[in-house]
Design a protein around this ligand. Structure first.
Ligand SMILES: C[S@@+](CC[C@H](N)C(=O)[O-])C[C@H]1O[C@@H](n2cnc3c(N)ncnc32)[C@H](O)[C@@H]1O
Length: 195
């Protein structure tokens, strides 16, 4: 029997709660925003950094399939990768997702596609170092969406607060980018290339 997306997201969400090393998934309002921007752009190619158990991947794939598109998602942790694969299959979305188990900073230079939307939700300390590689894979009218960028205000870990602050400072200081921060979920920084 086919399970509804709402039910599978609920089931996957519970897995995040039960697995001590699974970091939190995106909030519902972040999922709504991603669905909205995919529809507005009629996005076809999405790249996601940080699959974890696949919650956000399911949201992205379920939206992008409407436009005949697909998601490439990269997860560094082998166990999370296999668990996410099962969840994506259970959601009936495996034909819309290409999964890579690797360190995204090593895998990205090998990707051949240019993406409409890049969703950065991996390790916060790598947001800055990965930016140029990600921009290289972004279409000229594409957008990089970085998650958790208002964690700065609330996160107890100094290194994470610094990583987020450094990322926001960098994207706002670059003349080739136009960036904005939206107070959605734990904060989203959107950066598009200037023409
Ligand atoms: C916040 S979680 C992602 C949550 C997921 N996007 C969701 O909303 O369901 C961050 C994930 O990034 C993964 N990660 C961290 N560094 C990475 C890297 N260098 N390459 C790929 N994945 C990485 C972690 O293992 C973790 O599962």
């Amino acid at each position: 029997m086919l399970i509804s997306i709402k039910d599978i997201l609920q089931e996957v969400s519970m897995q995040y709660d039960l697995l001590s090393y699974a970091l939190p998934h995106i909030e519902e309002e972040t999922a709504d925003f991603l669905t909205n921007i995919i529809a507005a752009k009629k996005a076809q190619n999405i790249l996601e950094i940080g699959t974890c158990l696949g919650y956000s991947t399911i949201v992205l794939a379920n939206s992008v399939r409407e436009y005949g598109g697909r998601v490439v998602t990269i997860e560094i942790n082998d166990d999370l990768f296999w668990r996410a694969k099962k969840n994506i299959e259970k959601a009936g979305l495996k034909d819309y997702v290409d999964m890579i188990c690797a360190d995204a900073s090593e895998a990205i230079p090998f990707l051949k596609t240019k993406y409409d939307i890049i969703f950065q939700d991996g390790q916060k300390g790598m947001y800055v170092t990965m930016l140029d590689n990600l921009l290289d894979k972004l279409r000229s009218d594409g957008v990089i969406i970085a998650d958790d960028t208002l964690l700065d205000l609330t996160n107890p870990y100094k290194s994470i607060r610094k990583a987020i602050r450094d990322y926001n400072s960098l994207v706002f200081s670059r003349n080739d980018l136009i960036s904005t921060i939206l107070p959605i979920g734990d904060g989203l920084t959107l950066s598009a290339k200037k023409f």
